[in-house]
Design a protein around this ligand. Structure first.
Ligand code: NAI
Ligand code: CS2
Length: 488
């Protein structure tokens, strides 16, 4: 057995779990053992266990890729390190909340469905990225033309999508007379619980109307607002963590010190006391989700596209340019904050200042390229609703127009020096076809605006918006992203 954190002593600067891990049972099945979950829900759960000594263990599942990570996790007795990196100090914590793990490649779909159907499982949670919901990004409803949806409707006992797994497991629970589980989305999707509910119900109903009705009456889908900046792990971060803890840890992950979790208190089969370690259970999460998605994620996407084009590899690099910094703050305060409807006493300016500080953290190498991924799924919820708000109100939205124009220029797949951009997006083929027909010219703007899944049916005909976004695009292609941002 290789030396790892399960069988070798780590340095004394590391905070270790001291609760009895053998008492854990799988009560949460999590879909999406990616970077974020490791540094957020799994850590919250570990710290909750430290306080309560309860039995809420997690079974980790990756439905797409991540085989190596699951193999490694098993070799490490499901233990790994989270490095919380501030501008100056790093705190190292070992997460102990994971009981077991499964992967369809090694274990098969049936084992996963059976695990989710076990009577003690009370929650199925998800960090499966925006595209994992198989929803139309503009409407949040099931995209029936999605290849995974089509495959799973044809072969429901061997599902591929998260929706297919959840529906099949709920069917078994219903047939066996077992209480259902709560479905808890932890993705950056506006009204994530409502989108999960809409897509799952529609999928289930297409399969079997009675099952759809049973899920509707018996399952809950709380919305959650999740926040912590967790860049993908790199060989450099892993090396750095190895040096700090004194042992190799292939599942280690670095993140910022800040974290936040606001959860709608609507669980059908019990829940852990995550509030004991700082999570907030509230009746309505939607205002918090909107605040975070528009102010944090909206400006993140703005910085990702215009930052990448301007030659900045990381978000913290964009913050060294005064015009990007100012544009990000104005995007938050002038374009996004006015669209929000927050509980009394919410300090949005304080929030914006905190976000700028978080983006500036030089220890966090958060790549603009990473955030730029899957823009077709992100743009509608990060910028679409705010844009429509300003179009209705007749107020200024130039930051949103510039952000969208930056995205349009980015998906041309060629940067300002003529180098290829590795554009990752479920709609990449559509972007390719548009740019093959139009080249990097303003005529590409109209063609991109015609994509209804991103812009709906209204925006392409809105004269003010078309003019504003075309103007921003023209500026970017003639003067470059840095100069374009400076005009804001
Ligand atoms: P990651 O790339 O490390 O992991 C992605 C995970 O999604 C993997 O476990 C993969 O198996 C799964 N996945 C991918 N496509 C899927 C599909 N079609 N169906 C089911 N599962 C699928 O990404 P990371 O950083 O873990 O982020 C995942 C999501 O978490 C984000 O998309 C976002 O919604 C949310 N999030 C991420 C934050 C971050 O800073 N990384 C912070 C807040 C939320
Ligand atoms: C980012 C988010 O990758 C992205 O699109 O905007 O993952 C962001 O880091 C988180 O939402 C922060 O909580």
């Amino acid at each position: 057995m290789t030396k790892n954190i399960a069988n070798t002593e780590v340095n004394t600067n590391v905070i270790l779990p001291s609760f009895d891990r053998t008492a854990l049972t799988t009560r949460i099945v999590h879909l999406g053992f990616g970077a974020f979950h490791r540094a957020h829900q799994a850590l919250y759960t570990s710290e909750m266990l430290e306080k309560t000594g309860s039995d809420w263990g997690i079974c980790e599942i990756n439905l797409f890729g991540g085989e190596e990570l699951i193999t490694q996790l098993r070799e490490q007795d499901h233990l790994y390190t989270v490095a919380e990196k501030g501008a100056i100090e790093t705190t190292l914590k070992i997460v102990g909340s994971i009981k077991e793990s499964l992967h369809p490649t090694f274990d098969g779909a049936e084992a996963i469905i059976e695990k989710m159907a076990e009577p003690q499982v009370a929650i199925v949670s998800m960090t499966i990225t925006e595209k994992g919901y198989c929803a139309d990004p503009a409407t949040g409803m099931l995209d029936k033309s999605n290849a995974l949806v089509i495959a799973d409707l044809n072969n429901p006992t061997q599902p591929k999508s998260a929706l297919g797994y959840i529906v099949q497991a709920l069917k078994l629970r219903r047939d066996r007379g077992i209480t259902p589980f709560t479905v808890m989305s932890c993705d950056n999707v506006q009204e994530n619980g409502h989108v999960a509910k809409a897509t799952i119900l529609e999928f289930a109903t297409l399969l079997d109307a009675e099952l759809g009705a049973w899920i509707k009456d018996n399952v809950t889908f709380p919305c959650t607002m999740v926040d912590r900046i967790v860049p993908a792990a790199t060989p450099e971060t892993l090396d750095e963590i190895t040096k700090l803890i004194g042992v190799e840890d292939a599942c280690a992950i670095a993140c910022e010190p800040f974290r936040q979790w606001v959860i709608e208190d609507n669980f059908v089969n019990g829940r852990p006391d995550w509030d004991l370690i700082g999570a907030e259970f509230v009746a309505d999460v939607v205002p918090f989700e909107e605040m975070k998605l528009r102010m944090l994620n909206g400006s993140h996407s703005f910085l990702a596209y215009l930052g990448y084009l301007g030659g900045y590899a990381h978000i913290s690099d964009t913050m060294t340019n005064e015009s990007y910094r100012k544009a990000a703050f104005d995007m938050m305060m002038k374009a996004q904050a006015p669209t929000l409807n927050m509980p009394e006493g919410t300090d949005l300016e304080g929030y914006a200042n905190l976000l700028i500080n978080r983006f500036t953290n030089p220890s966090l190498k958060h790549q603009t390229w990473q955030i730029a991924m899957d823009g077709s799924q992100k743009i509608p919820q990060r910028m679409g609703a705010s844009l429509r708000f300003h179009l209705d109100a007749g107020s200024d939205y130039k930051w949103l127009a510039m952000g969208i124009a930056g995205w349009m220029r980015y998906v041309s797949a060629t940067d300002e020096k003529g180098n290829e951009i590795d554009v990752r997006d479920p709609m990449v083929e559509q972007f390719k076809a548009i740019y093959q027909a139009h080249g990097v010219t303003v005529s590409a703007v109209k063609a991109l605006l015609n994509i209804e899944a991103i812009f709906g049916t209204d925006l392409k005909d809105n004269e003010s918006f078309v003019t504003e976004v075309t103007k921003a695009y023209q500026l970017i292609i003639t003067q470059g992203a840095r100069a374009a941002v400076a005009t804001l």
